[in-house]
Design a protein around this ligand. Sequence first.
Ligand code: MN
Length: 423
Amino acid sequence: MPHPNDPKLRSFIDVAPDSHFPIQNLPYGIFSARDGLAPRVGVAIGDYVLDLWQLAQDCRFDVVEPAVFAAPQLNPFMALGPKVWSSTRARISELLRNDHPELRDNKELRRRTLVPMADAKLHLPFAVAGYTDFYSSKEHATNVGVMFRGKNNALQPNWLHMPIGYNGRASTVVVSGTPIRRPRGQLKPPTADAPSFGPCQRLDFELEMGVVVGQPSVMGEMLTEAQAEAMIFGFVILNDWSARDIQQWEYVPLGPFQAKAFGTSISPWVVTREALQPFRLHGPAQDPKPLPYLQQKQPNNYDLQLEVGLCAAQMNAPANISRTNFKYMYWSSVQQLVHHASSGCAMNVGDLLGSGTISGPEKDQRGSLLEISWNGTEPVELAAGVKRSFLEDGDSLVMRGWCQGDGYRVGFGEVEGTILGAE
Ligand code: MN
């Protein structure tokens, strides 16, 4: 049987070359359709969602019980582990291949299992057990450091020695399309004598990738590079909405708290680690050499293109404000996971790890408005007469990401969020 990543594979379903969902991808999500059935597990293929629960009901999977795909979250499937993830993906690939008649020639089964994407509502793909956000782009950390501490102290002394992170809130992780209410909080501009409470005035986004942890680790035990890698089920695009003014006043000495707790948006399709395999590459050289527990032998970065569009209420289409690549990250997701468990911290099925804002070396590769507008001093022009330093009510922010193969794209779709007024 051909490997599901084989670039030559084609589905009997027509897939445009710039579609994010060719047969080489097969990302998992949770959907509901107009049939009135409860949200359940599906896979994206071209402009369709393949209903895995219906396929399982029809006994098309050997190892996975229908109940696993009837769940309104991917957690029960993820809990089955990497061997089942892999064999299930191979079986789905086979069912969708243009040279395999089983589904292709079964009109009744196709009718029951292929839902037009346009008719599907996509839900939060997994129950988020815990959410941790890292800070692993050297370019982003340097930009922020230069703005707030000056060129000579841009990176804190610990930054080159470990992936810096903080424990965020799982409760406010939402799926693409969920509006985000402008947060309220304590504000104390440098010029004010005392803090006040009110709507955030410096609302920002952060372009990140999220790792979806699909296997647990044992409390008290460290992870090797190979163990950490095997625990990663897949990736989503993640927008770590940030209130810069709240953050600036509250972050000393324990780090971000309310400034990052009001909303985190993720894309609805979880692209599997296996589907991203052909796009792996080595990250930037790490100097100084990390401590032994953080050293990695495998190429744990990904050549994954990312773009950010911003659409003000008066605009018809988003203006592109950033174009960058996940490959620039200094610390890899595997290193983040190894470091996270290194104290003895237990990881759970459904944990979400934000990569940290992804900024590249060039000016047009910055992953936040804080950097793009250089702390508000260089507003970005979106359209004639429309400028932004930070987000305004009614603004819609869209992030897209994909890996470019030879004639196909393994993509993530998009994560969108529109800002509502604080009221
Ligand atoms: Mn972040």
